[in-house]
Design a protein around this ligand. Structure first.
Ligand code: HEM
Length: 524
C-alpha cells in the first residue's frame, strides 16, 4: 500500500496491456513521444504484454537510471532481434548483466579499444582518411570533368565508417575486389545494407518481445524473417574471413598480429569455459539445444573460437561503429550546407589551425573545437536512434518518486534529451556555437546527458576515443578538402526525417569541388 505510483501512461488492458494501441500507432517511437507530449511528462510507463516499458526524456531522471551504482538498471532485455544478432547474447552490447558481459567488456576495454591499441591502429585509420578524399576527388573527375562533381553524402559517410571498421578488424576495406575509384564494391554495398536492416530491426518494438511464447509459434510481424536474412547476409562475408584467419594461425602461416582479428584470435580468454556454458543452460532452458551445440563446439576449439569471435566481438564492433558516425556526418553536412555562416566558420577554423598546404590529421583534432561542436550539435539534434539501447531493471525500485517494477525496459530518449526545451534554447535550431561557451576543449561526451552521444555509466560506450576520432576526422576532411554546394534548382536542403526512423528522408546530394592544391589529394 505504501508503494509509490507507476509513472503516468495509458491505462493498459488486462494481459495484453497497450499492445493494440501500439500496433495501431506505428511507428512506435513517434507514438511514445507524442504521448509524453500530450500527458506532459518526462517519464512515461506503457505496459506491453507483461512488460512495463519506461520512457525517459529528462536528463536528471535518465542519470538516475544510467549512473545507477547498484547495477540494477544495467542489464539488457531478451528480444528476438537481440538474441539472433548476438548469437544468444555471446556479445557485449546486448548481453545481460553477468559474468559473460564483464569478461567481454574487459576484453574490449583492455585489448581492443584501449589508448595503446588506438595508437597501434593509427596507420590503418590514416589509410581510410586518405581513401575517402581519393574517392570524392575521383567522383569529381568521373562526373563533371576534372574539378566538379555530384556526390551522395550518405554513401560517402556509410562507406567511410564501414570501411574503417572493416580495415581495423580484417585489415582490408574490401571483402572482394572493391572498386578502382576507392568506392564500395557490390559486396560492401550488400554488407552495409544488411547492417542497416539489422540496426533498424534491433530497435523495432517487435510484438513477440512482449509475448515471448509467441516466438515459438509465429513470426507475428514478419521481423524475424527480415533480421535472419540480414544477419546471414552480413555474416556471409565476415565468417569466411574469420575461418580463414583462424586456420592461418593454426597452420603457423600467420605469426604476427596485424589487425584486431589477429588480436582476438590470439587472446586466450576469448574461449568460454564449460562452466559458463553450463550456467547458461541452467538459466535458459529454452536455449538448451543451442547451448548443447556450443558445449560440443567447446571441444572443437577453433570452430568454437570462430563463433565466439564473430558473434561475440566482431558483430558488435561492426554494428556499433557504423551507424552513429555515418548518420551524424550526413546530418551535420546537411545543416551546415543549409547555413553557409556555419560552414564558413568551420572552414575558417580549419584554415587557421591547419592551413591549406597540408591535410588535416588526427593530431589537429584537439584544436578543432568548432568542427567538434558541429559534430556534437548533430548528435544532439539528430541522434541515430530515438532511444538508447534498452536497459532492463533487475529489482523493484523507485526513481523520480515513481515505482519501477523489476523487469521493466528502460528506454532513455536520445531524441527527448537532445531536444528538451528546458535544457536547450531553441532546441530545434542547429547551432554549434552553443557548445563553445568556454575556452575549454570541446568533447563529444556529455556526462550530464544534455546531449546523448555516448551515454554514461557501466553500459556507456567503451569506444569514445575511436568514435570521436572517426566522426571528427571525417567531418574535418570533408570540410577542408572540398567546397560544398547544393545542386542547381535546390535552394535549400530538405531537412525532413524519415517517418520510421530518424535518418534524413532523402539522401544528401551535393556539388563538390576540391579546394586544396591538387598534389594533396591521394591518387592511389
Ligand atoms: C560516434 C560513435 C559512437 C557513438 C555515438 C556511440 C554510442 C553508444 C551508445 C549510446 C551506447 C549505449 C550505451 C548504453 O546502453 O547506455 C553504446 C554502446 C556501445 N558501443 Fe558505442 N558508440 C559509438 C561508436 C562505437 C564504436 C566505434 C564501437 C566499437 C568499435 C562502439 C562499441 C560499443 C559497445 C561495445 C557498446 C556496448 C557497451 C555495453 O553494453 O557494455 N561504439 N555506444
Amino acid at each position: 500500500k505504501l508503494r509509490p505510483p507507476l509513472p503516468p501512461g495509458p491505462t493498459p488492458l488486462p494481459y495484453i496491456g497497450s499492445i493494440i494501441s501500439m500496433l495501431r500507432n506505428k511507428p512506435t517511437f513517434r507514438w511514445i513521444h507524442k504521448m509524453m507530449d500530450k500527458i506532459n511528462t518526462k517519464i512515461l510507463c506503457i505496459r506491453l504484454g507483461n512488460v512495463h516499458v519506461i520512457a525517459v526524456s529528462d536528463p536528471k531522471i535518465a542519470l538516475e537510471f544510467l549512473k545507477d551504482t547498484d547495477g540494477i538498471f544495467s542489464s539488457r532485455p531478451d528480444s528476438m532481434s537481440g538474441n539472433l544478432t548476438s548469437g544468444g547474447y555471446l556479445d557485449t552490447v546486448l548481453a545481460p548483466m553477468g559474468d559473460h558481459w564483464k569478461k567481454m567488456r574487459k576484453i574490449l576495454s583492455r585489448e581492443i579499444l584501449s589508448g595503446a591499441r588506438h595508437k597501434w591502429l593509427l596507420k590503418k585509420r590514416v589509410e581510410e582518411d586518405e581513401n575517402i578524399l581519393r574517392y570524392i576527388n575521383n567522383q569529381c573527375k568521373i562526373n563533371h570533368g576534372v574539378t566538379r562533381g555530384f556526390v551522395n553524402v550518405r554513401i560517402i559517410a556509410q562507406q567511410y565508417s564501414s570501411n574503417m571498421v572493416r580495415k581495423l578488424i580484417f585489415g582490408s576495406r574490401y571483402f572482394g575486389k572493391g572498386s578502382a575509384d576507392g568506392g564500395p564494391g557490390d559486396e560492401e554495398i550488400e554488407h552495409v545494407d544488411s547492417l542497416w536492416t539489422i540496426l533498424v530491426y534491433l530497435n523495432a518494438f517487435c510484438v513477440t518481445d512482449y509475448f515471448p511464447w509467441l516466438r515459438w509459434i509465429t513470426d507475428f510481424d514478419g521481423h524475424e524473417k527480415i533480421i535472419r536474412n540480414a544477419i546471414l547476409m552480413s555474416r556471409k562475408y565476415q565468417d569466411a574471413l574469420i575461418d580463414e584467419r583462424i586456420q592461418q594461425w593454426k597452420d603457423g602461416v600467420r605469426t604476427k598480429q596485424d589487425d584486431l582479428l589477429d588480436v582476438l584470435i590470439t587472446l586466450e580468454h576469448t574461449r568460454l569455459t564449460a562452466d559458463e556454458i553450463k550456467a547458461q543452460i541452467l538459466v535458459r532452458l529454452t536455449r538448451f539445444l543451442f547451448l548443447f551445440f556450443l558445449f560440443w563446439l567447446g571441444r572443437h576449439q577453433s570452430l568454437f573460437c570462430a563463433i565466439l569471435i564473430n558473434f561475440g566481438v566482431v558483430q558488435d564492433l561492426i554494428l556499433a561503429g557504423f551507424d552513429n558516425v555515418s548518420n551524424n556526418i550526413e546530418w551535420a553536412m546537411a545543416e551546415m550546407i543549409n547555413q553557409p555562416r556555419i560552414l564558413d566558420k568551420a572552414i575558417h577554423e580549419l584554415d587557421c589551425v591547419v592551413g591549406k598546404d597540408r591535410l588535416v590529421q588526427e593530431s589537429d583534432l584537439p584544436s578543432l573545437n568548432y568542427i567538434k561542436s558541429c559534430v556534437k550539435e548533430a548528435f544532439r539534434l539528430h541522434p541515430v536512434a530515438p532511444f538508447n539501447v534498452p536497459h532492463v531493471t533487475t529489482a523493484d525500485s523507485t526513481v523520480a518518486g515513481y515505482f519501477i517494477p523489476k523487469g521493466s525496459h528502460v528506454l532513455v530518449s536520445r531524441l527527448g534529451l537532445g531536444r528538451n526545451p528546458e535544457v536547450w534554447d531553441e532546441p530545434l535550431t542547429f547551432n554549434p556555437d552553443r557548445h563553445m561557451k568556454s575556452d575549454k576543449e570541446v568533447v563529444l561526451t556529455d556526462l550530464n546527458l544534455g546531449t546523448f552521444s555516448f551515454s554514461t555509466g557501466r553500459r556507456g560506450c567503451p569506444a569514445v576515443l575511436l568514435g570521436s576520432t572517426m566522426t571528427t576526422m571525417l567531418l574535418a576532411r570533408l570540410v577542408q578538402g572540398f567546397t560544398w554546394e547544393l545542386p542547381p534548382n535546390e535552394p535549400h536542403v530538405d531537412l525532413k526525417e524519415k517517418l520510421h526512423d530518424l535518418a534524413k528522408a532523402k539522401p544528401l546530394l551535393a556539388l563538390v569541388k576540391p579546394r586544396l592544391p591538387h598534389h594533396l589529394y591521394p591518387t592511389s
